[in-house]
Structures are given as structure tokens and as C-alpha cells.
Design a protein around this ligand. Structure first.
Ligand SMILES: C[S@@+](CC[C@H](N)C(=O)[O-])C[C@H]1O[C@@H](n2cnc3c(N)ncnc32)[C@H](O)[C@@H]1O
Length: 364
């Protein structure tokens, strides 16, 4: 055999074995019970990190956040008011590096700008192009970040549409406990979480399919096919015209301060009562939040607030339609498996009619 044939033969043998190995791997993968022996199961936490890193790696999410003028004005004011020249800062989840840059311009001595997604390479380029000094970019998940000397401030924007769903509490409190000076500042730290009974505007209402009758074509027989997956009972929107009104006076059902909160302090069940002040059909609960920095500096994602920060969506937890008159009361119960996992949330209500004392329970 000539020597020139040897590499071709070797390459053929390798590609033959690679094909067999790929086929075998696919065959195992298609048999979940067998696959469990070969592949380590991915934890929900690992899956979430992967999803979050991928979502924020592209320009699309970043530009929506940067173009949200209310969000940016809130952070600019918070940084101007509360970051002192000479502060050492961690910017948790720096994205394109905007908050780190604003802090550096404010006079921070050093900003550790951490991000676990590939957006960080663009943050570096942007900082150089904008002559930003004193920012050290760190490509890491925050839980893996170490520094010798504790910092004065943790700056972050980790709020999900439903406040908790981007793991804000776990991420911030982990850094707080390890790397924030005693008496150090978390910006922002105070949050209110709302879950308000709402009526959807008639022109925007999408009823459950079994409630429909379209030109005499009746869908009620589909009621026995009600989907079991909770995702069906969620509606994500950022449409300011979706919600017609709150049935009661809105009030936060949870208020937290990240300076003192531990994730385990979050209740697994929230119960509250709303006395109906605006009559109408109950279509669900609007989930949204308000972040506070000072008495006159806050940021809202409320579906009925014309000054809401527009890039955040809000979530409607859909309910069976139920009509309420002024003076009726709605006793609501929200239970959560994990605050970060919206699919683990369950909700129900009991109606207490003002006109009589009968109770009617509804829920999922
Ligand atoms: C909502 S964006 C905010 C980006 C930027 N701070 C801003 O205000 O425009 C959140 C960023 O945090 C990053 N991130 C989320 N969790 C993180 C974690 N635990 N460690 C590091 N980066 C994280 C994401 O990749 C994303 O770029």
C-alpha cells in the first residue's frame, strides 16, 4: 500500500466509526429510560441559565431595554442620587454595559460588570468606543464571581415581567451575602408585587374556547377537554389597552427589600381580599410590579399606568368569568411551588356577594 493512501484510509475508518457512534447516540436518546443511564439529567436551574444567557446574547432584547426611556431615566436618576464618587460597584448582569457606564461616569472608582451571556463582548467594545474607564468586564455567572474586597453597591436590573421570574432574589442575595460591605447599598432594593383582579376590555377579550359561540357554532362541548398545562391559563401582554379596569383598589400583595430578604422568606401562599369598587366581569389577575428607589423615584409595570415602563410585559392569570357588583368581595388565593417558575403558580377565588351571604368558589 502506498503511503499516500494511509491518511485517506484512516479518515474513512474514523468517519465510519463516527457515523456509527452518532447513530447509536441518537438511538439511545430516543429511549428516555435508557438515556437516563447515559446522560446526566439537566437541572431546571441549568436549563434556565442556558435559556437566559441565550435570550440576552442578541441585540433584540438589549435594544428593547435600552429604548425603554422610563427604565433608563429611572436608573440614571437612581445612579445620580445614590452612587458616590469613589464607590466600588458590582453591576450584576451588565448586558451592553449601560449601567456600569453610567456609574463610571458618576465617578465610581471601580465597577465589576458581570454577565454570563455572549453580549459581554459587545459591552467591552462599547466601553472602549465611549472612553469608559474603571469598568472591569467579567464573563461569568454571578454565583461564580469572587473578589477580595467587598463592594459599596450592587447595581442590577434583574426584574422579570412577574418580578421574580429572572431569579432576581437568588442572584442578588447571593452577591449581597458574599460581597457587599455591611451597610452597603443594593440599587434598586424595594419592590412591590401586585396580583390585581381585572376586567379585560370587551373588544380585547379572548374567552376560553368552550365559552365561545361563533355565529351559532357552539364550542361548549370542548369544556371537557380543558387543557391541563398551566401555560394555557397565562396571557402575556404589554398592551396598555388590554385591561379595562381593576375591580378593587390596587395594593401590593407582597413588599420586599433585598437588603434584608432571604429567598426562603418568600411565602408559598398569598391570600388577600379585594372589595369591588368598579363593577364588572372578573377575567383574571394582572401580575405586575413597582420598583422603588426613593419616595419620588419608582418604576411601574402596571397594565393601566400610562407611565409604565413599556418594555416589560405583564401577565394575566386567567380565570373563569365571574360578574361582580360594587360592594362584593373577592377572596383570592395564590399558591406557588417556586416564585421563579410561573408554571408552578395556582390561583383561585371565593366570591362573597354583597347582596347575600352565599359563597361561590372558583379556581384552578
Ligand atoms: C434585564 S438584562 C439587563 C442588562 C443591563 N443591566 C441593562 O440594564 O440594560 C439582564 C442581564 O443580566 C444577565 N444575567 C442574568 N442573570 C445573570 C447572572 N446570574 N449572572 C450574570 N449575568 C446574568 C443577562 O445575560 C442579561 O444580559
Amino acid at each position: 500500500m502506498s503511503l499516500s493512501l494511509l491518511p485517506r484510509l484512516t479518515s474513512r475508518v474514523f468517519s465510519h466509526y463516527r457515523r456509527i457512534a452518532t447513530r447509536l447516540a441518537g438511538w439511545i436518546y430516543d429511549r428516555p429510560r435508557l438515556a437516563a443511564w447515559f446522560y446526566a439529567p439537566e437541572s431546571p436551574e441549568a436549563r434556565y441559565r442556558e435559556h437566559n444567557g441565550r435570550m440576552f446574547a442578541g441585540f433584540h432584547e438589549q435594544e428593547r431595554m435600552l429604548a425603554d426611556q422610563r427604565r433608563m431615566a429611572f436608573y440614571q436618576a437612581a445612579i445620580t442620587r445614590h452612587i458616590q464618587p469613589g464607590d466600588r460597584i458590582i453591576d450584576l448582569g451588565t448586558g451592553t454595559g449601560i449601567l456600569a457606564a453610567l456609574a463610571a461616569r458618576r465617578g465610581a472608582a471601580h465597577v465589576y460588570a458581570i454577565d454570563h451571556s455572549d453580549i459581554l463582548k459587545h459591552a467591552r467594545t462599547l466601553a472602549a468606543a465611549n472612553q469608559i474607564k474603571n469598568v472591569e468586564f467579567v464573563s461569568a455567572h454571578s454565583t461564580e464571581f469572587r473578589v477580595d474586597e467587598p463592594v459599596d453597591v450592587i447595581l442590577h436590573e434583574q426584574m422579570g415581567d412577574c418580578l421574580f421570574d429572572e431569579a432576581m432574589v437568588a442572584n442578588v442575595t447571593d452577591l449581597r451575602d458574599r460581597l457587599l460591605k455591611p451597610g452597603g447599598l443594593i440599587l434598586p432594593s424595594v419592590f412591590e408585587f401586585f396580583c390585581e383582579p381585572i376586567k379585560v376590555r370587551d373588544s380585547r377579550l379572548v374567552p376560553f374556547i368552550w365559552e365561545l359561540n361563533v355565529h351559532g357554532y357552539d364550542y361548549s362541548s370542548l369544556e371537557r377537554e380543558r387543557p391541563q398545562e398551566t401555560g394555557y391559563y397565562h396571557l402575556a401582554s404589554s398592551d396598555l389597552n388590554l385591561v379595562d379596569h381593576f375591580l378593587g383598589e390596587p395594593e401590593p400583595v407582597l413588599s420586599i427589600d433585598l437588603h434584608t430578604l432571604n429567598e426562603s422568606d418568600l411565602p408559598r401562599e398569598v391570600t388577600f381580599t379585594r372589595r369591588v369598587v368598579n363593577a364588572g366581569r372578573l377575567d383574571g389577575y394582572a401580575v405586575f410590579f413597582r420598583a422603588w428607589v426613593d419616595d419620588d423615584l419608582s418604576l411601574s409595570s402596571s397594565p393601566v399606568d400610562q407611565n409604565r415602563a413599556p418594555h416589560w410585559g405583564f401577565r394575566i392569570l386567567r380565570t373563569e368569568r365571574d360578574d361582580f357588583a360594587v360592594g362584593d368581595e373577592i377572596d383570592v388565593r395564590l399558591t406557588v411551588g417556586t416564585w421563579t417558575d410561573l408554571h408552578s403558580w395556582r390561583w383561585s377565588h371565593v366570591k362573597r356577594a354583597a347582596a347575600d351571604t352565599r359563597l361561590t368558589a372558583h379556581g384552578r
